[in-house]
Design a binder for this molecule. Sequence first.
Ligand SMILES: [Fe+2]
Ligand SMILES: [Fe+2]
Length: 284
Amino acid sequence: MPVRVRVLVDNSAPLPTRLLPEYGFSALVEDVGAGVRILFDTGSSGLPLEHNLKLLGVDTASIDYVVLSHRHYDHTGGLRRFLELRGGKPVTVIAHEDLFTPSYARLKALGGSLADIGIPYTRAELESLGARFLLVRKPVRVTDSIVVSGEIPREWGPSHAWGMLRLSEGGLVEDNMRDDMALYIHTSGGLLAITGCGHAGVENIVENGLAQLGEERLYGVIGGLHLLGAPADRPPAVVKYLESKKPKVLAAMHCTGPLVQGVLAERLPNAYRLAGVGLEVEVE
Ligand SMILES: [Fe+2]
Ligand SMILES: [Fe+2]
């Protein structure tokens, strides 16, 4: 039975659609056979999420699980509105143990000033609206074919977390975003990985997923690869790696960056999908 992935929130709306974009990411992942709906990330504000779910005719109360890829506001900021729309109906929210750890960034694109980019709500606030947190480090199997990755080891490549900071006793230190998780879908064609920002690094996300599923074939990657602001040698290395894995579907969006998206489109023309809100991929 198929698994259907629909992109609900992304930075761009490149397809003819009435769906609204915003900076951030969210996807609806449905295991049609199991009758399970997963909201993977929630975008920044909840406004496009609300609008787009309504336009697609998806009742928020019909969603069985929320999975948060990591703690950045552009993936967690829509959670409050989502919970409000459910009218207090409880929902399991699967995320990493570090979900409520403060998160900062100092980015050139933000004028070099320090920005608070963590989850903009307290745990108590979200629980009072119906969130039931399952905070993990280990993988979580949601259905026969869908697994939340758990913490992703950085064994195969670097983290993609340039400019990310966290507080430690000595002040602000570099943060490799160990809370960054992916959703692994086991399709008949191999692994389909859904990423949020991809801070764990695409090689780590894919190789860890293949190992977890006992697979050799990469079917595809949908989501952010966080190459905005990357050192100059990283985008070509990522392109080369993805070419070597011969995916059937590649929809790199959100924080991948438009320049890298263009290169991926040129180098993997058969796999590349014009990515943004409204993108729909169905796999068996
Ligand atoms: Fe992001
Ligand atoms: Fe992020």
